[in-house]
Each structure stands twice: as C-alpha cells, then as structure tokens.
Design a protein around this ligand. Structure first.
Ligand code: GLP
Length: 243
C-alpha cells in the first residue's frame, strides 16, 4: 500500500486526476472502475478540464461503476447513473456503450446484480478508483461484508444513510436503504486500486485501513492484501496516522 499525503482536497484532486490521466494516456483502451460520492467530484472536474485543454481521449476507455442505489428511477437526480453523467461522462468523449453501472431501478435486483458480476468476470479492471465511507466501507460493502463477496444486493447501515442524507435534502427517510454493489472480492480483482480520502471524518477509517487489524469489520482493510494500491490522503484524513 503506497500512501501519498497531500495538503488538502484541491491537491488530492489534482494528484488523483494526474494518476488517472497518465493511466489513460498509457493505455487508451484501459478499463476503469469508477466511484461516486463527494471525494471524486473535483478529480472528475480536473479530468474534464484536461480533456478540454489537452484532448486526452476516452473513446476507447471502458468503465464499470462500483454501485447504485436500489429503488430510484435511473434518471433520478441522486442515482449514481446521473452523478456519473453529470460529473464526467457528459463532458468527455467516452462512448456510452462502454459505460457500465448496475441498474437499481429494475424489478429483479438480484438478477441485475448477477448480470453485473457476470460482466465483471469477463473483464479485468485495470484501475479501480475508490472512496471510503466513514465506517470503512468501499463501494457499499458495509462492515461485516465478506472479503470474498461478489456483486450483490446490500443493505446500507444507519451510519451510511446518515452520511448520505446530505444529498437527499438532509432527510434520512429519502435515502434508499439498499443498493447493488460490487463486492470486496470483485474490487480485489482489479489490477490496481486508487483510493482517495479527504477530511477529518475519514481519519479513523484511514487509520484502521492503514495501521489496524485486517478485518471484515473494516472492509477497506482488505486492500492491505492487494499488491498494487495507492492511497491519496489529505492532512485531515491522515491526521491519526502514526507513521
Ligand atoms: C458512498 C459510496 C462510496 C463512497 C463513500 C464515501 O456511500 N457508496 O462509493 O466512496 O460513500 O462518500 P464520500 O466521498 O461522499 O465521502
């Protein structure tokens, strides 16, 4: 696990964007695993800016997103489908047919999770971007998720519902209680992982992930068993690290 410490969210977003851009330039047909949440928003802005200024092309790039809420129509403003289009896909030259997200609006969500996992089995994610939940979740794999887990229907913990209520008018009752998420096992199949974390509310999860016990109680700690992980953390998120 390689830790890159930066000053703040701005620098984190620049450093992470540079890693992504370099990877795309090196392999224009790269398969990316993408994430949502507040953490990558500025990084995606930087990718869009770079695409406009330097014409970095995503024409041959394929993407697979980590997760999606269950129960919202796909075009609802808080789906990860909408997030990805608004923050990235609508502003770069990626081919819509190369873009993949689980669809949480279908009736048979279990079949959808299986369909998504079957697609992942047929592909190799070259670079997987991750954020981290305050409780150490990755994707929507909450504490207790199996390290071998594959894409599945999952329940959100009260802590995650509370953390995500800010996107739903601050109202926890509006936050979906379930999602389809790539499993920790699916995530671990990626060739390389880039995890970004910013802010003091991530400090405990980062400390555990980097220095604590490897345990299913902190899903992100599984990444210590992966041999190519880059973690970019700002000062606040790194504030509890002792080394
Ligand atoms: C969300 C997402 C995760 C994300 C995490 C942190 O619930 N499912 O993929 O990494 O929580 O979100 P944020 O970056 O907004 O803190």
């Amino acid at each position: 696990m390689k830790i890159i410490r930066v000053k703040d969210y701005d620098e984190l977003s620049r450093v992470a964007a540079d890693i992504m851009i370099e990877a795309v330039k090196e392999n224009p047909e790269i398969t990316l695993g993408l994430a949502t949440g507040g953490s990558p928003v500025q990084m995606y802005k930087n990718l869009v800016e770079d695409h406009k200024e330097n014409q970095t092309s995503y024409k041959g790039v394929k993407s697979y997103n980590l997760d999606e809420y269950i129960g919202l129509p796909q075009t609802h403003e808080q789906t990860y489908y909408t997030f990805m289009h608004k923050n990235l896909f609508d502003h770069i030259d990626i081919d819509e047919k190369n873009v993949h997200l689980p669809d949480g609006s279908v009736e048979d969500v279990k079949a959808e999770a299986d369909r998504y996992e079957a697609m992942l089995k047929d592909t190799v994610i070259d670079l997987q971007l991750l954020g981290i939940g305050t409780n150490g979740h990755i994707g929507f794999n909450e504490p207790g998720s199996s390290f071998e887990g594959l894409t599945d229907v999952v329940s959100l913990t009260p802590e995650t519902i509370e953390a995500n209520a800010r996107y739903f008018e601050g109202n926890e009752d509006l936050v979906p209680t379930e999602a389809i998420s790539m499993g920790v096992g699916s995530i671990m199949n990626a060739k390389k992982v880039l995890l970004i974390a910013s802010g003091a509310n991530k400090a405990e999860a980062i400390k555990w992930m980097v220095e604590g016990e490897i345990s299913e109680e902190l899903p992100a700690s599984a990444l210590r068993n992966h041999d190519d992980v880059i973690v970019v953390v700002d000062e606040d998120a790194a504030s509890l690290l002792t080394k």
